[in-house]
Design a protein around this ligand. Structure first.
Ligand code: IVH
Length: 666
């Protein structure tokens, strides 16, 4: 047994050091998970040994970022899950049960979409946001206030909220579009894809760095008033009250009476679900009258008076017509299935991923097969399995190519990797993919510069390196087949608009190995320029959160390659350097142009002030540098204050910050 006093002291020192590295140096030396583990160990120790006192402990510091991030929070009452009805019969049984409970067949229920996201509990006091907690194990959740404030439709101040405590439950989710974009970027960076929006939302919320959460574009729906329990009488009123206070609520929720009306409404949802901009995995049916619902009680897992009706996974059968092997920009060669077009989940699907050659082989998928397809996470079509019983004997097994489909080079398979690779750096197929990635929405976002056009530009020799895009003129473009003056001008304007994209987009666009949007953001905020990134040592790179030794080595090798160094200097030559910070949303308001850093504790949670600063047009940064215009200083400021003074950066206290926000002095 180790001595708890000694261990607590050890942990406090370690955590304080990691806090300092993370917040002040922006250079943590341990992964987030390790930090979380230590915080949890200390919290557990402090909870079981009250004599250790925690006033001065890093676990006791409120209003900070990582200090409260992911701390365990006990729920006021269990945050339950839902029982499921898997088919019509089970739903009908539920309605019959409710009928018996209320003594009539004409049971009034509320029907809501079941959002495929992550459950959160939100606490407000006197109408102001206080804290957001994950569901956790239902009894204890994690404090995720620091990232929740970056969820764009989370209301910070409520309209007409009850005095005192208000606790609301909702679902944080990622819209289909945001989910697709995120996976596109991950795929481009060779990172594992998120299987569904729920996992992606959880990943985005469970971040130490709120800026990452923000960039993922999370949304929120709220559907339950947990406290005060008697604020309203019915679920229908609960949704109306939530909406009136400023919460987003699940759209198209309906009050229905009796089985027939309910079933008809459920049936209508089967099609409508696909038209929504977010994924739902079913519907929730809730007894409308809340006191009666509460009287039904709950099992260990779920309340008795509500039920989830899960949509059966939608699968369709079609024919696999052919398989096309394509080379990606990093050289990986992957199969895409071309299918006889078929309707699935609200769209017509004619292509599906086969992931990789080995997976396709292990599922024994053959060309000409009747295959079952479905949408992974409701969104990305994939081939699930062949219907072997329907084979005619004409089907062809998949042959993995030996040569690159674009340049004919012999393919290689690196040790320990499943993917086939084209080793030719100058492969035209890889180059085309690299340019497509550069111009893509996820990266430099150049409108109208798609694969066809890029292929023509490459073929004509008009672009060879990224900087060449910025040297194109109308005369060049008019040599491209089917390009008219008007479209040439539009394209030039779109290219021009991309010149000032933020640095992280440029880093992402250049396609460094293993670098997705997330890592690009980290690298951008650590190095602040492409040149600094090129000069960074493996050690410097390793100090960046989420960059492991292997990635660091690969980035280093990339940066040492004269071709890539040439790209960067040419880009600088045409004025494309990557802006250091993406302007805050719109950037309009009394604090427009301000770059602020916050330190110390304030009368309200720091995140709230930061959010207010952003809303007023300021950019909120995490570390002091010469570019910071003001340091906002609260009680017990940290090291940042000395750093700011050393750079002669002017200070604001909370009161003057508030005056600026209100535009009272300038
Ligand atoms: S009501 C006491 N309503 O689905 C249970 N849940 O599979 C309260 N969910 O854990 C839940 N949309 O995270 C409710 N409109 C909705 C929902 C919803 C999504 C989630 C929730 C729950 C899970 C159960």
């Amino acid at each position: 047994m180790t001595d708890p006093t000694r261990r607590a002291e050890e942990l406090r020192q370690l955590i304080s050091r990691y806090n300092y590295e993370y917040h002040q140096l922006d250079a943590p030396s341990v992964p987030d998970a390790e930090y979380d583990r230590l915080v949890r160990e200390l919290q557990a120790l402090e909870a079981s040994h009250p004599e250790l006192g925690s006033e001065a402990s890093p676990t006791g510091l409120v209003g900070g970022q990582a200090d409260s991030a992911f701390s365990p929070v006990r729920h006021r009452r269990p945050v339950l899950s839902l029982q499921n009805a898997l088919d019509q019969e089970e739903l009908q049984e539920f309605m019959a049960r409710m009928g018996r409970a209320v003594g009539t067949d004409e049971v009034a229920v509320d029907l809501e979409p079941k959002i495929d996201g992550l459950s959160v509990v939100l606490r407000y006091r006197d109408g102001r946001f206080q804290q957001g907690i994950t569901r956790g194990d239902g009894t204890v959740g994690e404090d995720v206030s620091h990232t929740l404030v970056e969820v764009r439709d989370l209301p910070h101040t409520l309209k007409g909220a009850p005095a005192g405590e208000l606790e609301v439950r909702g679902e944080v989710y990622l819209a289909k579009e945001a989910f697709l974009r995120l996976n596109e970027a991950r795929e481009a960076a060779g990172e594992p894809l998120f299987a569904n929006p729920r996992n992606a939302a959880a990943g985005a919320l469970r971040q130490l760095d709120p800026a990452v959460t923000k960039s993922r574009g999370l949304n929120l729906f709220c559907y339950e008033i947990r406290h005060p329990e008697d604020l309203v009488e019915t679920q229908t009123e609960a949704l109306a009250a939530l909406m009136a206070m400023g919460f987003p609520v699940p759209p198209d929720s309906q009050r229905l009476v009796g089985w027939d009306d309910l079933w008809q409404a459920v049936s209508l949802w089967q099609e409508r679900r696909h038209q929504l901009p977010f994924a739902i995995d079913g519907l929730v049916v809730k007894l409308d009258h809340l006191p009666t619902a509460r009287a039904q009680g709950a099992t260990a897992k779920a309340p008795r008076a509500m039920i989830a009706f899960k949509f059966p996974p939608e699968e369709v059968v079609t024919t696999l017509e052919r398989v096309v092997w394509q080379v990606g920009r990093s050289g990986t060669v992957t199969p895409t299935a071309y299918l006889t077009p078929v309707r699935l989940g609200g769209t017509v699907v004619s292509r599906a991923t086969l992931h990789n050659a080995q997976l396709a082989k292990s599922r024994d998928i053959r060309i000409g097969d009747r295959v079952v397809i479905r949408k992974a996470g409701e969104i990305i079509p994939e081939v699930v399995r062949p219907l072997a019983a329907e084979r005619t004997g004409q089907e062809q097994p998949l042959e993995a190519p030996r040569q690159c489909p674009a340049c004919g080079s012999a393919l290689v398979r690196n040790e320990g990797e499943t993917a086939l690779r084209c080793p030719n750096e100058a492969c035209p197929g890889r180059q085309l993919e690299a340019f497509c990635h550069f111009a893509s929405r996820a990266a430099m976002d150049i409108d109208g510069l798609g694969p066809k056009l890029l292929a023509s530009l490459l073929e004509a020799g008009l672009v060879k390196t990224p900087a060449d895009l910025y040297r194109l003129d109308e005369r060049d473009l008019l040599t491209v087949p089917r390009m008219a003056a008007r479209s040439a001008q539009n394209l030039l304007a779109a290219i021009d608009r991309s010149r000032r994209r933020p640095l992280w987009r440029l880093i992402l666009a250049l396609g460094l190995p293993q670098v997705g949007a997330h890592a690009a953001e980290r690298l951008a905020s650590r190095f602040e320029s492409l040149f600094a990134l090129l000069e960074a040592s493996e050690e410097d790179l390793c100090a960046v959160p989420d960059v492991g030794p292997l990635t660091a080595r690969q980035i280093r090798a990339w940066a040492a390659d004269p071709v890539h160094r040439q790209w960067v200097s040419e880009l600088a030559g045409v004025g494309v350097l990557g802006e250091v910070a993406e302007p805050a949303h719109g950037g309009e308001g009394p604090l427009r142009g301000e770059r602020l850093v916050f330190t110390g504790s304030f009368a309200v949670p720091r995140q709230e002030l930061m959010a207010a600063a952003r809303a007023a047009g300021a950019l909120v940064l995490s570390a002091v540098s010469r570019r910071v215009t003001h340091l906002v200083v609260g009680d017990k400021p940290g090291q940042k204050r000395q750093e700011a003074e050393a750079l002669a950066i002017p200070l604001w206290d909370e009161a003057s910050f508030r005056r600026k926000i209100e535009g009272q002095d300038s």
